[in-house]
Design a protein around this ligand. Structure first.
Ligand code: ADP
Ligand code: MG
Length: 425
């Protein structure tokens, strides 16, 4: 039986803001399920509707087979951890963690043993007699988590519990949460905008955008075979190369994809050829991850894209080459967008989210794959292709580089951002 079912759930806030649109999800008993998406896409609203903190406008919420729309938060038997795990400031760590057991009037000796056990599992047992004000951010978040878990709720809800911590702590706590929650086997709905958290923690991920569900699947499904160009662009670092191409079906050869003056050929033996041939002379979008590009000395052997290196960035374990290749970059944030952002919301997110602003700036000649042109932001022109180099190997600014393309890993999307070939889940 599915532990949590959302059946065409929508949320319209009193001001008329539609935060969640027709969302259907089935979360299995014991599953670690992650809601992923950029700021403002409706993740918290969804979580709060499951918790009973926000009314559901239309649609059905089922918890453990029971229609739950009208149940109070307490009746739902869920526990929630927020970004700033709010603690009772005048209670010790011990009393904070034990609070839910106190409310439930659990046996005292048993409860105190359980609190100690929980604190040990979370690595905060030395802090048991301290007040929250004397703890670090990471310790406070552990206490909040302990308090949520201790009652063993039917569903565990977490809203960006790690996003206020610094990078090293975030990684530590991420690994611990994964282990702890899995050990308990409690159904978990975890919200984050961080694709690394989603990929590393989830059994399955749902990607939201502007309140709509873009894709749902296991981490490898979402990463290797995303349903849309937006999802491809949201997962993975460095960001996937999204390039405009014009397909030409050539009998005997295959589908020739024209990228400016360059070309890649999908042979007819490739099952994708037939699908992309249906877009003959239209525009498609190629998704090529930087690790599907490998420098080669021989531009005539197999599929190759070539260009001049504009910038080489040192990343320690590798070099990242920004390459001008005379191709047209597509903006993942804009492809196939179903709603326009409100002016206020757009201003907020481009101010606050560097990634978003960068993706808008990426590429000089830009292809708007949707019906409306992509917004023009600034005049700064970024390079068109990102590729990883294992060593600097005689490459430098201005050097010409040939990149062998791993054709099998090239993703092909239509102008609307949806994959041209069937997406298997
Ligand atoms: P996320 O958690 O993904 O960042 P939210 O669920 O918080 O997104 O918000 C989704 C959308 O709903 C946003 O456009 C946000 O501005 C709007 N929103 C959130 N809370 C309210 C509210 N209480 N009243 C009106 N609009 C809201
Ligand atoms: Mg949120």
């Amino acid at each position: 039986m599915s532990a949590v079912v959302l059946d065409s759930v929508s949320k319209v806030y009193p001001g008329g803001q539609r935060a969640v649109a027709d969302l259907s999800l089935e979360i299995a008993d014991g599953e670690f399920f992650v809601l992923l998406g950029p700021s403002g896409c409706g993740k918290s609203t969804t979580l709060r509707m499951v918790a009973g903190l926000e009314e559901i406008t239309t649609g059905g919420l089922w918890l453990d087979g029971r229609l739950a729309n009208e149940l109070t938060p307490r009746e739902r038997n869920v526990a929630m951890v927020f970004q700033n795990g709010a603690l009772y400031p005048h209670r010790t760590v011990r009393d904070n963690i034990g609070f839910p057991l106190e409310i439930a009037r659990a046996d005292q000796a048993e409860a105190s043993a359980r609190v100690v056990e929980m604190a040990r599992a979370l690595g905060i047992d030395p802090t048991l007699d301290r007040l929250p004000g004397t703890l670090s951010g990471g310790q406070r978040q552990r206490v909040a988590m302990g308090r949520a878990i201790i009652r063993e709720p039917a569903v565990f809800l977490m809203d960006e519990p790690l996003s206020n911590l610094d990078a090293a702590l975030r990684t530590d706590l991420r690994v611990e949460i994964g282990g702890l929650v899995r050990g308990l086997g409690v159904t978990t709905l975890y919200v984050t905008h961080d694709q690394v958290e989603a990929l590393t923690l989830a059994d399955r991920i749902a990607v939201l955008r502007d309140g709509f569900l873009e894709d749902v699947g296991t981490p490898p499904q979402i990463y290797e075979s995303p349903a849309t160009a937006f999802v491809a662009g949201f997962l993975g670092a460095p960001q996937i190369n999204l390039l405009a191409a014009v397909p030409e079906a050539v009998p005997g050869e295959g589908v020739v994809l024209h990228l400016g003056t360059q070309r890649l050929v999908i042979p007819w033996t490739d099952p994708r050829a037939e699908h992309v041939a249906g877009h003959h002379a239209a525009t498609v979008i190629l998704g090529i991850r930087s690790d599907a590009l490998r420098p080669t000395g021989d531009p005539h052997l197999g599929p190759v894209l070539s260009g001049g290196i504009r910038t080489l960035e040192y990343h320690g374990h590798e070099w990242l080459a920004h390459i001008d290749a005379g191709v047209t970059v597509v903006d993942a944030a804009e492809v196939g967008r179903r709603v326009r952002p409100e002016p206020a919301a757009a201003g907020r997110s481009s101010g606050g989210m560097a990634g978003r602003a960068l993706s808008l700036l990426r590429g000089g000649r830009r292809e708007a794959a949707g019906p409306e042109p992509a917004p023009h932001v600034g005049s700064h022109r970024r390079a068109e292709l990102l590729a990883r180099l294992h060593s600097r190997d005689g490459y430098g600014q201005g050097s010409h580089v040939h990149l062998a393309v791993d054709l099998e890993r090239v993703l092909i999307f239509g102008r609307d951002g949806h994959r041209v070939d069937p997406v298997l889940r």
